[in-house]
Write a protein that binds this ligand. Structure first.
Ligand SMILES: Cc1cc2nc3c(=O)[nH]c(=O)nc-3n(C[C@H](O)[C@H](O)[C@H](O)COP(=O)(O)OP(=O)(O)OC[C@H]3O[C@@H](n4cnc5c(N)ncnc54)[C@H](O)[C@@H]3O)c2cc1C
Length: 380
């Protein structure tokens, strides 16, 4: 490769790209805003999809390492009604095909697979500028700059690279997630632990829901989903953890205590995550020397695909660059030609899945999704 490659963002997408390039003997530098790999909790479980995340990690030569991270039994699924009645249950019989891993461990696996010094921590990008002939200048928060022949924005929802390509900006989807954790749940929170079971719990109603996972060591990690405007969340003081948890739990008044315990008995401060999305068909005209991947390119409604797609993009871009060592533009063209329809299809499907989770038919629409029944077939 004759072009120097600069990747902004050491999330799963940017790191997968750096690793696939490394596998092909192509060096790259990753600039990351966070000051260290442990600067921020990395979120919960991810299932690694067989048609996106897994091929990406195969291209990265990391399937053996991935196997070492899989948490056995976590593909079990339970859907509970708000009164705690089990509406649907599926055991993890080992045939699920989309194994669950912890996001933080997956990111560390990718970091460990890169040569020392590939990731420059504590480099928050504040601006980017075209210099002509495909070259770009990147400015960091401390005023330092680098110039590069190939710039990849893997810097997530609020990408500082995206403005070089597109005027689109993420919009609030009308729903936020509040993250809570219960530790050592089998001993300390047995009723909630029993409700969640061995893998994932879904307790849903129109416009709200609890999505909980059993992580390592009896940790129950819950996303409390609520369709409320930003102002509504802004009126809650999240610096007062107990009061915030109690306020969020109130939205689930009348639900079974083993479900509301996932919010009210949290062992960590509840973390608010407002959810945003780019337009489903977000795309741009080819601009020499720069592209985007992952959430920077196609932030979508949460549908369990985003991290998988980010890794898929990273791997596909890495392979395209390796296949066109003397022609980065040909590589970017090939990558974007496949990425745009792939991400648009996933975003459109995600919107449908979102409706099944939180629309008027919930929770039975979700059970139909799991059982393959058509809408309305589920015996209510
Ligand atoms: C509540 C919730 C649950 C989710 N659950 C799932 C799931 O189960 N499965 C799934 O596949 N997806 C899931 N997703 C989606 C998934 O988290 C994202 O799609 C995925 O993380 C995108 O990866 P990325 O590498 O593109 O971006 P990110 O993971 O956002 O990484 C971007 C990186 O860039 C860095 N960065 C940002 N700005 C700058 C800057 N200015 N300068 C330098 N560095 C910068 C960030 O610090 C970060 O390290 C979920 C999302 C949410 C919000």
């Amino acid at each position: 490769m004759t072009t120097d490659i600069t990747i902004i963002g050491a999330g799963l997408g940017g790191l997968t790209l750096a690793r696939v390039l490394h596998v092909h003997g192509i060096p790259a530098t990753v600039y990351e805003a966070e000051v260290s790999p442990t600067a921020r909790a990395q979120g919960g479980m991810l299932d690694i999809h067989k048609d996106s995340g897994q091929p990406a990690l195969r291209a990265a030569g990391l399937m053996d390492e991935l196997r070492g991270l899989i948490l056995e039994g976590r593909q079990a699924i339970r859907v509970l009604d708000r009164d705690g009645t089990v509406l649907f249950e599926h055991a993890d019989d080992g045939t699920g095909g989309n194994p669950e891993v912890l996001r933080g461990e997956l990111r560390q696996m990718l970091l460990d697979s890169l040569p020392d010094g590939t990731v420059r921590w504590g480099h928050k990008v504040t601006g980017t500028r075209a210099l002509g002939e495909g070259r770009h200048e990147v400015t960091f928060a401390d005023g330092a700059t680098v110039t590069t022949g190939l710039l990849v924005g893997a810097d997530g929802a609020w990408s500082r690279v995206r403005p070089l390509l597109s005027a689109a900006a993420p919009e609030y989807i009308g729903m936020s997630a509040v993250e809570t954790c219960l530790f050592d749940a089998d001993t300390r929170h047995p009723a909630a632990a029993k409700a969640v079971g061995g893998g994932s719990l879904f307790a849903l109603a129109p416009g709200k829901g609890l999505l909980a996972h059993r992580e390592r060591g009896g940790t129950l990690h819950t996303y409390v989903m609520l369709a409320r405007p930003r102002d509504w969340f802004a009126s809650i003081d999240f610096t007062d953890s107990a009061a915030a948890a109690a306020r969020i739990a109130r939205e689930f008044d009348g639900w079974a205590p083993e479900l509301t315990a996932l919010i009210a008995d949290g062992d960590t401060a509840p973390v608010l995550r407002p959810l945003h999305a780019l337009p489903v068909e977000h795309r741009w005209r080819r601009v020499p020397g720069v592209t985007l991947l992952g959430d920077a390119a196609h932030l979508a409604l949460p549908n369990g695909e985003g991290a998988n797609l980010a890794m898929c993009d990273g791997a596909e871009l890495g392979k395209a660059l390796a296949a066109h060592p003397d022609d980065a533009e040909a590589a970017l063209t090939a990558y974007e030609r496949a990425m745009f329809p792939r991400s648009a299809a996933a975003a459109a499907e995600g919107s449908q899945v979102h409706e099944m989770f939180y629309g008027a038919g919930a929770p039975h629409s979700l059970i139909n999704l799991f059982t393959g029944h058509e809408a309305g077939e589920w015996p209510a």
